[in-house]
Design a binder for this molecule. Structure first.
Ligand SMILES: Nc1ncnc2c1ncn2[C@@H]1O[C@H](COP(=O)(O)OP(=O)(O)O)[C@@H](O)[C@H]1O
Ligand SMILES: [Mg+2]
Length: 322
């Protein structure tokens, strides 16, 4: 009774094995393998690497405890899981610990983009403080201006790097939205600043209608959403037109007076890599922007809506409360 209660409340899957048959299991084991008492352990556990367990159960080794890690197929959950497996030979007990999540996080850290992004942060920090030092010591106004330009672009670069790291994590499903106080005006200025080149080339006037000072949420998510919507609005606008960015406590919207999106294209624009034929002709792109917007909105529990009329313009609205 005592033992059963303890075993039903541990994180490990526990199987008692007689011969090769399962004679007792705890609650956690049931979660992954269902009612499996009486089943043959070798039918039940489909391992990726195979015969380590066979050796262990069949006396292949003299150790009391055989321990290894392997991918195991869970019939109940219908998928592969990464387990640490321990077999206590003297008592015929098999203990499995699900390490899937840990392995996933480890793999993410090992992901190339995340790794590169991480590695770039240090040298950029060093360059940035060196430039600040130079600026402080410099009296020549024209040189200070050059250094300020360098500094501004270092900041840009580090935002891009942070972006790559977070987006990769979001794509791998391991990004958890933060709860931060967001200075709305500052955030909009940063985004407009990032897109300065594009905005100036097309001589677009960006009107900021900011009706809230601060929002609570994840800075990176909101900035990335705005950056993608604003860059689209500018890319798919005609020269010399305007784009309106509106932010209230309930929503963010970006409105343009550009080519618009034909009704029949609307359902597809959030798909990865999808670009409308007009889009392809008008500007360069990857077709990932809106997929990222959608993905991050889901993460943050935002709702995205789009209204558009061909040749008249487009308005994307992101509601903060679904
Ligand atoms: N503001 C907009 N006006 C017109 N078309 C747009 C707008 N925003 C997005 N689109 C259309 O949706 C497509 C997908 O957008 P996106 O995922 O950001 O990819 P990209 O910008 O790389 O083309 C674009 O190719 C374009 O055809
Ligand atoms: Mg885009």
């Amino acid at each position: 009774m005592f033992l059963k209660r303890v075993l039903d409340n541990v994180d490990e899957l526990v199987f008692l094995i007689e011969g090769t048959k399962v004679s007792e299991i705890n609650k956690k084991a049931k979660e992954y393998f269902g009612e499996c008492i009486g089943a043959d352990i070798f039918d039940l556990l489909i391992l990726e690497k195979g015969n380590l367990l066979v050796d262990a159960v069949h006396d292949g080794e003299d150790k009391d405890i055989v321990e290894f890690e392997d991918k195991v197929f869970s019939s109940k959950k219908g998928g592969w899981f990464f387990f640490r497996i321990r077999y206590l030979k003297d008592v015929g007990v098999l203990i499995l610990k699900d390490k899937t999540q840990e392995k996933y996080l480890h793999d993410t850290k090992m992901n190339m983009s995340v790794l590169i992004a991480h590695e770039l942060k240090n040298p950029i920090g060093v360059i940035s403080s060196a430039v600040s030092e130079l600026m402080e010591e410099e009296d020549d106004i024209s040189k200070i201006e050059i250094l300020a330009r360098v500094q501004k672009n270092i900041e840009r670069l580090s935002r891009i790097i942070q972006q790559i790291e977070y987006i990769t994590m979001a794509q791998l499903g391991v990004y958890t939205p933060k709860v931060e106080k967001i200075d709305v005006r500052k955030l909009v200025d940063l985004v407009v600043d990032d897109l300065e080149g594009l905005i100036n080339t097309k001589r677009i006037e960006v009107l900021k209608e900011i009706k809230v000072d601060f929002l609570t949420g994840d800075q990176f998510i909101l900035r990335t959403i705005l950056r993608n919507l604003l860059s689209n609005a500018v890319k798919y606008s005609f020269e010399n037109s305007k784009v309106i960015v509106e932010i209230t406590k309930d929503y963010l919207s970006v409105r343009d007076f550009g080519v618009g999106i034909p009704d029949e294209e609307l359902p597809r624009i959030f798909e990865r890599f999808y670009r409308t034929p007009t889009g392809v002709r008008m500007a360069s792109g990857s077709g990932l922007g809106l997929a990222v917007v959608k993905h991050l909105s889901n993460l943050a529990d935002y709702k995205v809506e789009v209204e558009s009329q061909h040749m008249i313009g487009t308005k994307f609205t992101v509601y903060f409360n679904k």
